[in-house]
Design a protein around this ligand. Structure first.
Ligand SMILES: [Fe+2]
Length: 251
């Protein structure tokens, strides 16, 4: 396996959203161009105080997903802090992070993504949605992923890119979890997305640089999807994830 990732052009942007996720563990796809009102909600995202060096802004909400008449509908869950296992996130795992809830309407996008996954319509699923703007300035790169190559500790991870304004970089890279070697890279352009089987792959994104010496930014959503029985939600889950931080300190 090459240390340098290689883009497999024949697999990119095949615009076939109604096929199940391939055995290889990822699929790229096009997404609906967003309404102006949707794009506007990226403009007042609060600063991410948990990653102050990243120039990152974000909101976050959680949903219970169910399917009625072939449409996947999100039901907003009571707002709670976000927490990941320290096993998967060395940067801020095990820490309860408080983010403001989403203001944008995610319904068209989550219906599209859930339909693409071909998951069981008779089951419920848990969905986390993270809305991000990462900025780059002439003096500082924007950092989308401070933890480097990682899993999110979910069943599926989805990245949806809506705007790349005066930037270069933010290239998505996939890694073999056994060797840690990168084997695939893709630049997600505006209105493109990728779904990952998080149990099969590590992922990362390169830093964002300005293009032309002016301030720039990337606007995107990240979705985390799990069967409802394996949901990352609630007090018991938060306690279990907090414990992972203490065990990683003791290790
Ligand atoms: Fe991630």
């Amino acid at each position: 396996m090459s240390a340098e990732p290689v883009r497999l052009y024949e697999e990119s942007n095949d615009n076939l959203p109604w096929l199940p996720l391939p055995e290889k563990g990822w699929r790229e796809f096009r997404i609906l161009p967003p309404e102006k009102t949707f794009l506007k909600t990226f403009e007042d995202l609060p600063f991410d105080q948990y990653a102050p060096h990243c120039q990152r802004y974000r909101r976050f909400s959680q949903f219970k997903m169910s399917c009625f008449a072939n449409s996947w509908m999100p039901a907003l869950l009571p707002h709670r802090p976000f927490i990941q296992s320290a096993e998967y996130n060395q940067h801020s795992g095990g820490i309860l992070r408080e983010f403001e809830p989403l203001k944008c309407n995610i319904e068209p996008y989550v219906d599209e993504v859930f339909s693409m996954l071909k998951i069981d319509p008779d089951r419920f699923y848990h969905l986390d949605v993270h809305q991000y703007r990462v900025c780059a300035t002439p003096g500082a790169e924007g950092i989308s992923v401070p933890e480097g190559p990682h899993r999110d500790g979910q069943q599926y991870v989805v990245v949806l890119v809506f705007r790349r304004h005066q930037i270069t970089g933010a290239e998505c890279r996939l890694y073999d979890p056994k060797t840690g070697q990168p084997f695939y890279k893709i630049m997600l352009e505006e209105n493109e997305g990728i779904v990952l089987d998080d149990e099969k792959l590590l992922h990362n994104a390169t830093n964002i640089k300005t293009a032309g010496g002016q301030d720039g930014h990337r606007d995107y959503l990240v979705l985390n999807i799990n069967e409802w029985e394996k949901r990352r939600y609630g007090e018991a889950f938060e306690c279990a994830m907090s414990d992972t931080m203490f065990s990683s300190i003791l290790d």
